[in-house]
Ligand binder design. Structure first.
Ligand code: ADP
Ligand code: MG
Ligand code: MG
Length: 195
């Protein structure tokens, strides 16, 4: 269910997972990027924890907007503006809309990512995690397997966007770090009972 309470819980769990997986996410990024993805996100998670602890939210839109602002300003790299755009776009979608469905919220997030990063499905980015998840939420069929399979599929893809694209064919055979961090976002979404 979409509520300030469940989404707050979701963001807390996501932040914890980012912190726990900091080394792993940076290792994935060492293989096909510059090795900072986990560190970038852990910095965002620390700032998010502080922000959530200092505020009481009444409206979902305000909560999502703050998450977006923290991510844009603290994560940095390519992923900061992308995650930031996702949450700011979700904040806009939830403004003055009490009957918003999760599928529409996530579709707005994906739209924010794609407006900023211009990646389509199949380019070995976080978009490859978001697209199947948004689709499954629409069809009411999202499972942990959907989330995990989407990350696995990035392994065989050749990166054509972001830093990993500099490697060309050598990017094949590695999981995409951003798809992995987005899988944590969606697993914690299930855990928090938002879905
Ligand atoms: P940087 O590459 O600047 O060091 P990060 O390491 O934090 O930034 O993030 C890398 C991740 O960002 C990639 O694994 C990929 O999932 C995602 N990414 C990069 N460029 C794009 C893009 N144009 N669209 C969507 N996601 C992207
Ligand atoms: Mg990086
Ligand atoms: Mg970097």
């Amino acid at each position: 269910m979409l509520s300030v309470e469940t989404v707050t819980k979701w963001m807390e769990l996501f932040g914890e997972q980012l912190t726990e997986n900091k080394t792993y996410l940076s290792e994935l990024d060492t293989a096909i990027g510059d090795g900072d993805h986990g560190n970038n996100l852990a910095r965002g998670a620390a700032a998010l924890k502080e922000k959530l602890g200092a505020n009481e939210y009444e409206a979902l839109t305000d909560l999502l907007k703050d998450v977006g602002m923290v991510f844009v300003s603290k994560i940095g790299g390519a992923s900061g503006p992308l995650y930031g755009s996702a949450f700011i776009s979700m904040a806009k979608a939830s403004k003055d809309n009490d009957s918003l469905e999760l599928a529409d919220l996530l579709a707005a997030g994906l739209d924010g990512i794609q407006k900023r990063g211009k990646a389509e499905a199949g380019e070995k980015t976080m978009v490859d995690e978001w697209v199947p998840v948004v689709e499954a939420v629409k069809n009411n069929s999202l499972t942990t397997e959907t989330i995990e399979e989407a990350v696995e599929k990035t392994k065989d893809m050749k990166a054509t966007k972001g830093r990993a694209s500099y490697l060309g064919d050598r990017s094949i055979g590695h999981l995409d770090p951003g798809a992995m961090s987005s899988s944590l976002l969606f697993k914690t979404m299930l855990e928090a009972g938002v879905y």
